[in-house]
Design a protein around this ligand. Structure first.
Ligand code: NAD
Length: 502
């Protein structure tokens, strides 16, 4: 198939899927085989402008649409996603690489947010205090902001778009989504289903592209809020740019997630959890465990951990026997391999080397790195200081729980962390003293379910409110506080020149 024969991914503007008029396209590639799947446009400035204008126009009526009517769209949407989950997962695996079971999990964790959006009637309620002064009542309205924008990363192309547009739209906003240009196909299928569920024209729009499109969204006066998920470098740029333009901004960014293992932990469960959380999705999860801190006698568990990791099968995500799929791109593989070489140069011990896993046929072309484990890792080494975003687990050691907590608190990132133990007292001390926004107790990847919010912290996040859950309702709405007095007779207390309400 020549490039010209490949499917061209459309934009969505004002309810119509339209072909971009751009001259700049990039290929969407199956990372297990390098097979080209589709072409994605880098939208022109006029197309970005048209998407924003459609969203601005649609807001005029969507903001007045009754809350029950908005909620029912998401009731239908969740059913459509559920009915299509297998084919959504297959598309996701083809363009992103993760295993089919994990791709289904990616869709499912987004589906949970859609289910929650269907409960918007309860979530968007204001507060009311009766008779705060004589005959005076005070109450709040949570009103939609206007046009909101979402910029999403490659690693969860179903879940993360679904963190954003369903809740923004359920709150009465309209939306412009900019998916990752590396794997936009499953996102577009989810957008098609959203229209099928009844999202009116102009309420959801999609533009594709890279830096120029993102900058245009950050700068545009008609966009009131920007949600971003991606790397710390880009998130910081987006935050600074969009904040300067006067918008609300929330950026969920990079990570270095540590798991502490105490010697009283259940050994087999702990090692299974560590291997799954370090190497699942080829380590390309913002909540992947990338550092294991073995405390005291748990230091002796390293050989068993290495054996667990060695037993994982590397291959294409659409094979039922695969545990670890490819990295997203050749550039990502080269970067991870270079970091592994750097780890060796800087004195860490390469306990398991996953470079050049033995694969045959077309998979030889894929971006594969197998499970890799370094021991003796310390702050100051590049493999510790940087987010590797690959199937590489750094193992560090600590004499006590307090020493391990101090190590984590000294790391700038604050996305996720976990403790493995059977001691309630240790767990309680850990949850109290650890300075990380999402804490797992014997749970390696503690991503909260949608009745809570995603609560990464410190260098992993910019902006105050997290995605989904109650926090995002506050992010996507303006709280308006009304103080009202209704006179029930003609009596007057005269002119009041003080600040007091009487
Ligand atoms: P990325 O930052 O490269 O890309 C994210 C988005 O920004 C994409 O839509 C991309 O097109 C756009 N972009 C890229 N370069 C840009 C630039 N110079 N200016 C403006 N926009 C630009 O991230 P990625 O590689 O797609 O995703 C992986 C990263 O995302 C990892 O660091 C991971 O930890 C992070 N992540 C964080 C969370 C979280 O919740 N904290 C969740 C998922 C992923």
């Amino acid at each position: 198939m020549t490039r010209d024969d490949l499917p061209r991914i459309p934009l969505l503007i004002n309810g119509e899927f339209v072909q971009s008029r751009t001259t700049e396209w990039r290929d969407v590639i199956n990372p297990a085989t390098q097979q080209r799947l589709a072409r994605v446009p880098m939208a022109t400035p006029e197309e970005v402008e048209a998407a924003i204008a459609a969203a601005r126009e649609a807001f005029k009526t969507w903001r007045k649409t009754p809350i029950g009517q908005r909620a029912r769209i998401f009731l239908k949407y969740q059913q459509l996603i559920r009915d299509n989950i297998k084919s959504l997962a297959a598309t996701l695996t083809a363009e992103q690489g993760k295993t089919l079971a994990d791709a289904e999990g990616d869709v499912f964790r987004g589906l949970e947010v859609v289910e929650h959006a269907a409960g918007i009637g309860l979530l968007q309620m204001g507060e009311r205090a009766h008779n705060v002064a004589g005959g005076v009542d005070t109450y709040t309205l949570l009103q939609p902001l206007g046009v909101c924008a979402g910029i999403t990363p490659f690693n969860f192309p179903a879940m993360i778009p679904l963190w954003m547009f369903p809740m923004a739209i359920a709150c009465g906003n309209t939306f412009v989504l900019k998916p990752s240009e590396q794997d936009p196909m499953v996102t577009m299928r989810l957008v098609e289903l959203a229209l099928e569920a009844g999202i009116p024209k102009g309420v959801l729009n999609v533009v594709h592209g890279g830096e120029p499109v993102v900058n245009a969204l950050c700068d545009h006066a008609d966009i009131k809020a920007v949600s971003f998920v991606g790397s710390t470098r880009v998130g910081t740029l987006v935050h600074d740019r969009a904040t300067r333009a006067g918008k609300r901004v929330q950026c969920m960014m990079g990570a270095k997630n540590h798991a502490i293992v105490l010697p009283d932990a259940h050994k087999d469960q702990t090692l299974n959890a560590l291997a799954g959380a370090a190497f699942g999705a080829a380590g390309q999860r913002c909540m992947a465990v990338s550092v294991a801190v073995l405390v005291g006698a748990a230091r002796d568990w390293l050989p068993d951990l290495v054996e667990k990791a060695r037993g994982l099968s590397v291959g294409a995500g659409d094979s039922a026997t695969t545990d670890v799929g490819p990295l997203i791109s050749c550039a990502a593989r080269d970067r991870v391999e270079a970091l592994i070489a750097r780890g060796v140069e800087e004195g860490a011990t390469l306990a398991l080397d996953g470079r050049l896993p033995p694969l045959s046929g077309q998979l030889k072309e894929g971006n594969f790195v197998g499970p890799t484990i370094f021991s003796g890792v310390k702050p100051g080494m590049t493999i510790y200081d940087q987010e590797i975003f690959g199937p590489v687990l750094c193992v560090a050691e600590a004499a006590t729980l307090d020493e391990a907590i101090a190590l984590i608190n000294a790391n700038p990132n604050g996305n996720g962390t976990a403790l493995f133990t059977q001691s309630g007292a240790a767990a309680r001390r850990f949850e109290d003293e650890i300075d990380v926004g999402q804490v797992g107790i014997n749970v390696p990847i503690p991503v909260p379910v949608p009745m809570f919010s995603f609560t990464g912290s410190r260098a992993s996040k910019l902006g105050d409110l997290g995605p989904y859950g109650r926090q995002v309702v506050l992010f996507y709405t303006q709280t308006k506080t009304v103080t009202a007095r209704w006179f029930d007779d003609a009596s007057t207390g005269g002119v009041n020149t003080t600040i007091s309400l009487k």
